[in-house]
Design a protein around this ligand. Structure first.
Ligand SMILES: [Zn+2]
Length: 356
């Protein structure tokens, strides 16, 4: 491998004999033309947990010109086993995943643009992130968000790649608006898996296979090689040694509310009320206030120090404190994570003790 600094910044040298992208450019079905397609592209990665970090790292190394990251959570110790961009220091600091991922990706490839957004991606937030986006990659862990992505992708005619894992199982499928069935068409028609809020754990290798298959599809799509796309729903289980490809063309519904002839995009209708969600396998409830607000975190930290029994800690993105059996983490956008419960009512009552 060459580490010649002079190789930087000119396409010819980047693609040349030992240039940064030479190994994939030398793969002739992709070639320099495919590489230029990647360099011109913008990819939005929604969720940078296990799948999202794998996807973002692969796409950054491959040379996608602009990568936008969005995630609502921060790094914890249990993430380090499979969320490949994070370090122990990120877990100690409770760095938001989007910010930690951006910092690491910039060390990996400083020649591309990386944007990070610490937020809970619902319809409004997603729409605001879509400017110039050529492809959306699913790094989420829940169907609520995937159905919002699906509707928004249809509305704006942007391809997206569905991916999910649980245990040793993984599944992925590439959705092209106007061509393939959408996620809503497939609901109930084929086994989609990955929808369980499972505490049985997850194997990193299942994540890696979904990442590999999804990002290979991204390379074909952004590199202008659409004829190579898989077109089938792919699932496998690395523990049970199973592999399945399902042709789904027939599942496209002419009257689908998301991709049919008269779409109403049912999952984009946002209710302007406080929302509480149990987070998958986390023993955590997220509370999202009705009105988006911009909290002054310093003020919040000092107010909580007077009210809360436990020690209040903060970093530039969040404030946290423990009050047995709960730990609350508050972000600048007003969202709170209540750890230590899956009981929405208990979490809300704890939250409202501190926030009106
Ligand atoms: Zn559909």
């Amino acid at each position: 491998m060459s580490h010649n600094a002079k190789d930087k910044n000119t396409s010819a040298q980047e693609y040349g004999r030992n240039g940064r992208y030479s190994r994939q450019v030398r793969f002739s079905p992709f070639g320099a033309e495919g590489q230029e397609g990647l360099a011109r592209s913008t990819v939005l990665v929604v969720g940078v947990g296990a799948l999202g970090t794998g996807i973002a790292e692969t796409l950054a190394r491959c040379g996608v010109g602009r990568i936008i990251l969005a995630d609502r959570d921060y790094v914890e110790w249990s993430n380090l086993q499979r969320q490949q961009l994070y370090t122990e220091e990120d877990a100690r600091q409770r760095t938001p995943k989007a910010a930690a991922a951006k910092a690491r990706l910039e060390q990996i490839n400083s020649e591309i643009i990386i944007e990070a957004h610490v937020l809970d991606v619902r319809a409004e937030e997603l729409e605001n992130l879509l400017t110039g986006v050529d492809l959306i990659m699913d790094g989420t862990d829940n169907f609520d968000t995937r159905l919002i992505i699906n509707d928004m992708a249809q509305k704006h005619g942007i391809p997206w790649i569905y991916g999910a894992c649980v245990g040793g199982y993984g599944i992925t499928y590439t959705i092209l608006p106007g061509e393939t069935p959408c996620l809503n068409c497939l609901l109930g028609a084929v086994p989609l898996g990955g929808d369980t809020c499972d505490t049985a754990g997850i194997l990193p290798q299942a994540v890696q296979l979904v990442t590999a298959n999804g990002t290979a599809e991204a390379l074909k799509l952004l590199g202008g090689r659409r004829e190579q796309l898989r077109s089938k729903l792919l699932s496998f289980d690395v523990w049970r040694n199973e592999h399945q490809e399902i042709g789904v063309k027939a599942a496209k519904k002419a009257d689908c509310p998301s991709c049919g002839s008269h779409p109403i995009y049912p999952y984009l209708t946002a209710a302007n009320t406080e929302r509480s969600d149990v987070l998958c396998g986390r023993d955590t409830v997220q509370i999202r206030p009705a009105q988006r607000r911009r909290l002054d975190l310093q003020e919040t930290a000092s107010r909580l120090s007077r009210l809360a029994a436990g020690k209040v800690e903060s970093n530039p993105y969040l404030v946290s404190f423990t009050e047995e059996p709960y730990r609350m983490v508050i972000f600048a956008d007003g969202r709170a994570l209540i750890h230590g419960t899956n009981d929405v009512a208990a979490a809300r009552s704890f939250y409202h003790r501190y926030f009106g």
